[in-house]
Design a binder for this molecule. Sequence first.
Ligand SMILES: *Cc1c(COP(=O)(O)O)cnc(C)c1O
Length: 378
Amino acid sequence: MSDVLALVREDLRGFAGYSSARSETLDGEIWLNANESAWANAADDGASCRRYPDPQPAALREALADLYGVAPQHLLIGRGSDEAIDLLVRATCTPGRDAVLVTPPVFGMYAVSARLQAAPLVEVPLLDDADAGLVPDFAAIGEAAIAHGAKLVFLCSPSNPGGAAIAPDDIAALARRLDGRAIVVVDEAYGEFSEVASATTLLDAHANLVVLRTLSKAHALAAARIGVAIGDPALVEVLRRCQAPYPLPAPSVALGVAGLSAKARAATAERVEIVRRERTRLQQALRELPGVLRVYPSQANFLLVRFGDAEAVFRALLAAGIVVRDQRAARGLGDALRITIGTPEQNHRVLSVLAALSPSPACGGGGGVGATARAGGA
Ligand SMILES: *Cc1c(COP(=O)(O)O)cnc(C)c1O
C-alpha cells in the first residue's frame, strides 16, 4: 500500500494553512487574543456564539466517529459533504493537469468542483443493466482513470439519481487497481437507506479510499450543513489545512451533537424503516401504472422513473402542488423523473395524480401517458 500523501498536490505538501488564534495551544482565563467581543450579542442567549468556534469540535467528532464506526482521526467534518468534495478536488488536482473521473448520470457537484479547479473531467457513463439498473463499468473506469491521469474517482453508492449501491468488493478491487495513482471517493450520502455494507469497512486496507457521509438526508439535518470525509488520517490532516479556519457554526454543531443522541438515532432508524417500506410500496404501485416505462431498483430514499410522457407527468404533479426532480437533461435519462420518498400520505398523493393521468385500459385509450406507454407493449 503506497503513501496517499503522494497523491496530494506537490505545491501543497508543506502547506500549513491559516494559523488561527483558536488553534494555538495556549491556556488562560481572559482571552484577548482573537479580537472577539467581550460581551454577547443581545440575541445570543447562552452566549454560545461570542467566540470563534472550535474548528473540529471533539463532541461532534466523537459522535460522528461512533455513528460511522471509525476512529475520530479518520474524520474531517465540513459544511456538508459538498465541502468535502471541493476540498478533495482542491487538495489533489493541480489545475489544468490532474483529472477528476465521474460516472454520469450522477450527482453534479463532482463536476462543478472539478470545473472550479480547472481539473479535466473524465466521464465513464454508468451501464444500464436490465436487472441491476444503473451500475458502474469498473473495467472502463480503471482504464480511463489511468489513461487520463485522474487523481480522483468519484463513485456514488447508493447512486444519485440511479439508486443502485456498489458492492464493497468492487470498490476494493478498483482501489487496489488505482493504488498510488488515484483516490477512490465513495459518496454514501444515502448509505443509511441501503442494505449494502458501507465502504468504511475497507478503509484499513486501502489508504487511497475516502468515504463521504452526511447528516443531510437520513438524519434530517440538511440545513445544519454537516458532512464528513472519512479516510487516511494523514490525508484528513491535509484536507483540514485546506479548509476554512472555522468551518462549523456553533449552533450547527450543537444541533448535530443533539441530533446524534441515542434517542435521536433511534428515531432516525425508525424513519429509515418507513422510507424503505414506502420505497417498496411506491415502486410496486408505480410499476402497475400504464404510463410508467421503468422504475429503477433503489437503495436510496428516492426512485428514478422513466415515463412514456415525462413532460405530462411532471406538469400534472406540479399542477397538484407536487415538485419532483426533472432528470431529463441528465445523460441517458431523457424520459426520467426522480421522486423522493415522502410520508405515506405524500406518496399516496403522487400515486393518485399519476393514476388519474393514466386512462384505465378498459376505457379504450383516449390519449394521455397510458396510451403512449402501452404502445410499447409494456
Ligand atoms: C445530497 C447529496 C450530497 C450533499 O450532501 P451535503 O452533505 O448536504 O452537502 C452529496 N452527495 C450526494 C450524492 C447527494 O445526493
